[in-house]
Design a protein around this ligand. Structure first.
Ligand code: GTP
Ligand code: MG
Length: 607
């Protein structure tokens, strides 16, 4: 153990994660896991230049892309042309490329309308892909994995510390006083996330009266009158028919202090991977709770509810500031007692997840009756006991995080938009580091193709610079469109992101998870990539109090245990050690539709 990969693991590394994801009543006192402090393994790995892999894509990866492309072409048919303005839901592409995808990119609600036929096929694709993933997972073998990882060529990159940002990359605070805020709207199914988002956008003038009338009329005609506001976000025929959000909808509005990018996420348990794709971009979140009797209880249920899983995912992605919107207060007569009860239960759970009280804001509201959204409530049953901020003021109070503007470019691709008419391809997503402008040289990973930025779009409008934190569509030039896929990463050509199939992870197994054994087959999620993974080594169990290795090669890992393990992925993913990039180094492991473990990449292993 002293010479192995665990030597020197210091006290406290798993402390935060444990505290965050263990219930308050957990019988063991657990040392917190720190996402933010590098483990000794990170430090060791950082010094290894060979831990980065170069731009070559493996033959298998190429095969996968080709077949995925064929699928998407077959599915898309004549309606395959997608707007170069980044409007269409291209989840079809996202999923066919084996990524979590599921984000309707660059959505600008009032400006254009998505093609319903494209949306429908996108939605059904979600189901197909998850089935095919299970299928391929069943066929995996370890010997194959080893061969595959040998396909990836390694190259020595330039150390990131040598990167000198140019002046234009740095933020000019005088020219734009509003800061960028990526705000995820999460919560149990039917809690009113889309209705709340739609109503907010309407109140802020982002949806015109005319458009709203149209939604109302169409929703009524389909017997879904109460979903009129949700229809502004739920655009696909399938979403509207089922009355649920399936992919993350992206919308924009400005508050007094922020350019807000709203990420309306699905609450249904079948679409947690899409919710994860939205949460990976979040700087802060609105957790929507349905206050009505029975609905809150169902959403908060440990096994069947999504409230706890969503909160854990947020925390796992490092989101600290959460506005808890206790919605549908109209149904409970704006009862203070009901609000207090919900606050008490959800508050103690969030506390056990290591959310700080000072980072939580509690807002009672009714999206349907427009109470407490952008102004103080007019309803006396609410204003008689609530004098706090309205939702919009609470959004304004959120602090936007510091951005890695001066580091080399890193943008995980959440969606790809192809315009067959103009022969253009755009990569959409949130810049995690660096900055780009038209003419900037970029590299697309994992293929390693290099090209330039033709233009940039934010909220369907051209912009001259995109910096870390911005959510944009980057129109690419000189790049084979087939090499650009959701789950991939755009980076600076001199600082290619690592591409790997074999990783060492430090994880915490979540409550209620089935045991993880050697050979367990799981879904591996990192930024927008989703890949079939096999546990190839259970390196050691970690002491929950000290974070030190306690047992070498354990036979299995059960709920609430922390451990170092190694996974082998079916295909390579773009990934970084957590200490190098939090966004590319946080991982989730899922199995049978549940998140079973979360953690960070501590080492990239080259076989
Ligand atoms: P998913 O995206 O599928 O998880 O659902 P959601 O959280 O987006 O819920 P959605 O906005 O689709 O609303 C679900 C139902 O709740 C709709 O019938 C809405 O009309 C209703 N609803 C939303 N907000 C309120 C509210 O404040 N009061 C009442 N009475 N109903 C509401
Ligand atoms: Mg919804």
């Amino acid at each position: 153990m002293e010479q192995g990969p665990l030597s020197g693991i210091s006290r406290g590394n798993i402390h935060d994660l444990h505290k965050a994801f263990s219930s308050k009543n957990a019988c063991v006192s657990i040392a917190p896991f720190k996402f933010d402090s590098p483990s000794p393994d990170d430090v060791v790995s950082n010094g290894l230049t060979s831990s980065r892999t170069g731009p070559q894509v493996s033959t298998r990866q190429k095969e996968k892309q080709d077949s995925a492309e064929q699928n998407s072409v077959k599915k898309r048919g004549d309606s395959s042309e997608t707007s170069s303005r980044g409007r269409h839901d291209n989840a079809e592409n996202s999923f066919s490329k084996g990524s979590a995808g599921g984000i309707k990119s660059g959505k600008s609600l009032p400006k254009a309308k998505a093609d319903m036929s494209t949306e429908t096929s996108s939605s059904s694709k979600n189901v197909e892909v998850s089935e095919s993933l299970t299928g391929t997972m069943n066929k995996m073998s370890l010997t194959e994995e080893t061969k595959k990882s040998n396909d990836i060529k390694t190259r020595i990159p330039i150390s990131k510390s040598k990167h000198k940002p140019e002046e234009w990359m740095l933020l000019d605070e005088e020219s734009d006083t509003l800061s960028q805020l990526n705000l995820a709207i999460v919560g149990h199914v039917d809690s009113g996330k889309s209705t709340l988002s739609g109503r907010l956008l309407h109140l802020l003038g982002r949806i015109s009266q005319k458009q709203m009338h149209k939604f109302e009329k169409e929703a009524k005609l389909q017997g879904k009158g109460s979903f009129a506001y949700a229809w502004a976000l739920d655009e696909s025929a399938e979403e509207r028919e089922r009355g649920i959000t399936m992919t993350v909808a992206v919308a924009y509005f400005n508050s007094k202090r922020h350019h807000v990018v709203l990420l309306d996420s699905p609450g249904h348990k079948d679409f947690v991977p899409n919710m994860i794709a939205g949460a990976t971009q979040a700087d802060a979140a609105i957790l929507v709770i349905d206050a009505s009797i029975g609905a809150f209880e169902a959403g908060f249920d440990n096994l069947k509810g999504q409230t706890r899983e969503h909160a854990r995912v947020l925390r796992g992605f490092g989101v600290e500031q959460v506005i808890v919107a206790v919605n549908k207060m109209d149904i409970v007569g704006y009862s203070k007692d009901r609000f207090d009860l919900i606050k008490q239960h959800v508050g103690s759970f969030l506390h056990s997840c290591r959310f700080k009280d000072s980072s939580l804001t509690w807002i009672p509201l009714s999206a349907m009756e427009n109470q407490n959204l952008v102004a103080a409530p007019s309803e006396s049953r609410l204003s008689s006991w609530y004098q706090g901020p309205c939702l919009l003021d609470a959004v304004d109070s959120v602090k936007s995080p510091d951005r890695d503007v001066s580091k080399p470019l890193l943008m995980p691709i959440c969606d790809v938009v192809r315009s067959t008419s103009q022969g253009q391809v755009s990569a959409c997503g949130k810049l995690e580091a660096g900055a780009v402008r038209p003419g900037s040289k970029i590299m697309v990973m994992p293929s390693g193709d290099q090209g330039t930025v033709r233009s940039l779009e934010r909220d369907s409008e051209a912009c001259s610079i995109a910096r870390a934190g911005d959510n944009v569509a980057i129109v690419l030039q000189g790049i084979d469109a087939n090499q650009v896929m959701a789950g991939g990463v755009l980076c600076h050509p001199d600082y290619p992101v690592s591409v790997a199939t074999h990783l060492e992870l430090m994880v915490l197994v979540l409550e209620g998870a089935t045991p993880i054994l050697l050979g367990s087959q799981l879904e591996f999620h990192v930024h927008h990539a989703k890949e079939a993974a096999t546990v190839v080594k259970l390196v050691a169990m970690l002491d929950p109090k000290t974070g030190e290795a306690t047992k070498k090669s354990p036979r299995c890992l059960t709920a609430k245990q922390s451990a170092m393990l190694e996974v082998s992925l079916q295909y390579p993913v773009c990934v970084e050690i957590f200490s190098e990039s939090r966004a590319l180094g946080r991982v989730f492991l899922r199995s049978s539709g549940r998140t079973v473990a979360m953690g960070k990449v501590t080492r990239i292993i080259h076989d």
